[in-house]
Write a protein that binds this ligand. Structure first.
Ligand code: AMP
Length: 392
């Protein structure tokens, strides 16, 4: 057996999964939460159940040390599981990386150099990499970038209409994000429908949300831009907004750049509109008659419809539309609302199929032509594990 340990290191958390890339089987998974806070938590799950530690976790190094202890205590033993590599999720790979890369000092330095264009993500990703390379020295570590799938976007889609020199000096362009998910899901759709030449739209609707347009396996558009702030309405992020709102707030509300950054990224989206970032809570409020929550749902679905229409235009048509991630996989009502009114493009959702409680990959459009609408659970960890071994 050969397995890959996949690590996704955030500012206050480390998520991990031990996978067998060939079969896709997960042997163990877990999370270290609230790193650096007064109360920490490590939860390690295997086929035999979950083991929890609740002592404070001072830093990432200590968090990962506890995870390694749990592997030895609760199993499976990493030595016996045949770990051949560690795969790291890295959000920003810039214009440099169009695929996975074995991490050495130079790669670490490049991930660090790209931090200004992913200030919330690359620094904690790099912390996780450094700690893991220190603690797991005997295997190669591979970085899989969230931007790589969008590395070769057509220039017309990737370039902002900004002064060329400024854009070049400060590396301003559309990099996209969630690429690992869009790549995995669009690949699955191709396999499921047995066609390589599809014009697809993939909607990754989770706490972060993004859309992509994929033609014959190649990404041609994506809604996230320089950073994951652009595009769809998200749990706490604005998505698309007139950049002049920033000037307006700076001049008239006396807000600093950092305050506006925090407002757009952490206090906007569904949370800004309703006080709740979880779409389930927003539905609950709307069902109880809250007009702001009802409006938030409309805004969320309206933004999705605009993107689907725009991407159909960019591709000259659409063959498949796929929902994935927390909302996309679980929220039948939002899927129906988002597809509502798109019948002119051939997009229809069958109410019975959409409402069925299945958890796996499934078609939710009616039989008999038109666009195939699907739900495909994303599996970023498996994609990272597979790309990791494909490199080695
Ligand atoms: P993710 O980022 O992919 O883990 O997705 C997390 C988000 O999915 C949560 O914040 C919820 O808004 C949403 N979600 C998860 N389950 C459901 C559900 N059954 N119905 C509606 N939304 C859901």
């Amino acid at each position: 057996m050969s397995t890959v340990l996949v690590i996704n290191s955030g500012s206050s958390s480390i998520k991990y999964k031990l996978l067998e890339p060939e079969s896709g089987d997960a042997l163990a998974s877990g999370i270290v939460e609230r790193i650096g806070e007064d109360s920490g938590r490590v939860a390690h799950t295997t086929g035999d159940g979950t083991t929890e530690l609740t002592d404070p976790v001072p830093d990432h190094a200590e968090g990962l040390r506890r995870v390694l202890e749990l592997f030895e205590r609760a199993g499976p033993s990493l030595a016996e599981a045949g770990v051949v590599a560690v795969g790291h999720r890295v959000v920003q790979g810039g214009q440099r990386y169009d695929g996975p890369v074995v991490i050495d000092r130079a790669v670490e330095a490049e991930i660090d150099r790209l931090s200004p264009v992913a200030p919330l993500h690359n620094p904690p990703n790099l912390t996780g990499i450094r700690v893991a390379r220190e603690l797991l020295r005997d295997v190669p570590h591979v970085a899989v970038f969230d931007t790589a799938f969008f590395h070769d976007l057509p220039a017309a889609a990737a370039t902002y209409a900004l002064d060329r020199e400024v854009a070049a000096t400060y590396r301003v362009r559309r990099y996209g994000a969630h690429g690992t998910s869009h790549q995995y899901v669009s690949g699955r759709v191709s396999d499921l429908l047995g066609r390589e030449d599809l014009r697809q739209v993939v909607l990754h609707l989770g706490n972060g949300a993004s859309a992509s347009a994929v033609v014959a396996g190649r990404a041609v558009e994506t809604s996230m831009g320089l950073t994951p702030l652009e595009g769809l309405v998200m749990g706490t992020r604005t998505g698309d907004i007139d950049p002049a709102v920033t000037f307006h707030l700076a001049r008239n509300a006396g807000m600093s750049v950092d305050e506006i950054d925090e407002l757009y990224n952490k206090r906007s989206g569904l949370k800004g509109l309703t006080g709740q970032n979880d779409l389930r809570e927003v539905w609950r409020l709307a069902d109880d008659g809250d007009p702001q929550a009802a409006l938030a749902l409309e805004i969320y679905a309206h933004r999705i419809r605009k993107y689907v229409g725009a991407y159909a235009a960019a591709m000259g048509g659409i063959d498949a539309l796929t929902f994935t991630a927390g909302v996309g996989e679980n929220d039948a009502r939002m899927r129906a609302l988002a597809a509502d009114g798109l019948a002119f493009l051939g997009i229809r959702v069958d109410p019975g199929r959409n409402a069925s409680r299945g958890r796996g990959e499934r078609v939710i459009s009616p039989d008999g032509g038109g666009v195939t609408v699907l739900v495909v659970p994303t599996n970023e960890e498996l994609e990272i594990a597979r790309q990791t071994v494909s490199l080695l």
